[in-house]
Ligand binder design. Sequence first.
Ligand code: PRX
Length: 653
Amino acid sequence: MTQAVYPVRAQFAQRARIDRAEYERLYAQSVAQPDTFWGAVAQRLEWMTPPTQVKDTSFALADFRIRWYADGELNASVNCLDRHLAARGDKTALIFEPDDPAQPAQRISYRELHARVCQLANAMRQLGVRKGDRVTIYLPMIPEAAIAMLACARIGAIHMVVFGGFSAHSIADRVADCGSKLIITADQGLRGGKPVALKANVDAALKLPGTNSVETVLVVRHTHAAVDMQMPRDRWYDAVVDSQPTQCEPERMNAEDPLFILYTSGSTGKPKGVLHTTGGYLVYVSYTHEAVFDLREDDVYWCTADVGWITGHSYIVYGPLANGATALMFEGVPNYPDVSRFWQVIDKHAVTIFYTAPTAIRALMREGDEPVQRTSRKSLRLLGTVGEPINPEAWRWYHEVVGDARCPIVDTWWQTETGGILIAPLPGATDLKPGSATRPVFGVLPALVDASGQVLEGEAEGNLVLLDSWPGQMRTVYGDHQRFIDTYFKTYPGTYFTGDGCRRDSDGDYWITGRVDDVINVSGHRIGTAEVESALVSHPKVAEAAVVGFPHDLKGQGIYAYVTLIAGEAPSDELRAELVRHVRAEIGPIATPDHLQWAPGLPKTRSGKIMRRILRKIAEAGSSQLAPDRLGDTSTLADPSVVDALVKERLAK
Ligand code: PRX
């Protein structure tokens, strides 16, 4: 296969933190002597007790442990705030760009951010929140979201952020699973001029079973819309926080004390509470943020993710603030008020580093070059992508039109579980290939294995595993350590299994091909097929459902649902719309099925297992590909005629 290669630009490499020789040297050291390497990197943080131990990890099931810097003590909020006050007190920590461009942007200095975090931390202590307690954050992309995370870190509370696009049911499931005491929310969010009923969703969630642990709901006044306040449970944020002292004694945290829980979808069951700890996570995100984005003191860095996802945690809040950077938080959407908004915001705030998702690039590419070209973007020097594979066409458009062929693109592969970036080019060191995340970052040992677990050498395609630990790795599934081991360490014993397929080319560059399990990646958001199925079958008219992903031009993957109704129920367009609404209510708008096909029966093996391979083919295929011989082996099906019926229905559309 011929591949376009974009060599490192000389002008970039000259000024870059890490050039090719330095990358080779550091990478070799990081894998040969991880203790020396990560011991030195840890000194970038301020420790209350500097660690004497560095790496203490084993993926072997008999001897399983993941501990980093285990005798060190630190506080993440001190590292993101207090530490910068002397030299960077007046530097802008956060730029807030509101949904409506007519509203003023805000610039919050490190000094002000420190004071506001301390005030909320004091208020939470007064409300009875203690070290180890869980706090749910369900906020729009406003400064209070970052403030709430850092205030939790300050007092040792474990934050659990729920993305604003999740429904009341999803909030309730998560709150019940982690038993949180406090919820911090807002009256409403705003996206593209439309309000999002955050407080009302919390109210509905707290009526659902399992949510009795919640004692207090703090409500930020954001849009000032009228909301129900149920006293004494509900308290206005400003009333409780604004009168608090602006200093707050930080909790001493062990490096392995939890920092946060973030739920993510897997191939089976309910979302898992991914738990990250304090020391290793902070070392890892701060170091990778500096190295991969070639961070400089005067950068204005913008990551368009929502703080409800891991990208927002690691690369809007913890990484950038630990590095004393200026990070932009954008409340809105790329196409409001018009499709030029991203580029206007870049010009308005002189953004130098821009990090977004391929799905946004594809959507904006569709609008043509003019909305980009009517802006300057001269300030930009580096671009990044995350969340899903980027198709080379979108990469080239991003490079040529958005970046004027001037800015390197770092395609960063990682996961909620990995805490930070694991595979990505370093802009001063690595030649770029559109569609490839290229090379492992420091300390990361990727390998490809075949279905039997055999490690594949050289040019190969297989399942992506990691052979050894890195400091930012998740430590457990909250409340279910066995699930952690079973999910990630049993498939290919002795390794961490990512769930991704991957190809390594003859240069040794990695190309992620997508999930090989039952997880769908919709616009860079992870959705478990099992979750959508259980939402569908919770509807009284549904007997059975099977959900698969299919290629989607804009979203990367879309959601395709096959539904069997209970006897006596007839398919109709109204029922289809009702089921789609039902999924949105159970999970949230991000899980909205793109297609819902009625299935008189589902293809099953004689032992009753649904053959998703066939369902995927039917969902994917254009009509010519639906000839029976294209569907692969159907001989193990209990009733092959089921497939004919599904194909017929698909063709009839
Ligand atoms: O399939 C990979 C895809 O997103 C999955 C992780 O999703 P999540 O935990 O939600 O984290 C997303 C943000 C880090 C991975 O298993 N993925 C992520 N980044 C890339 C990617 N696929 C290809 N290229 C990427 N750069």
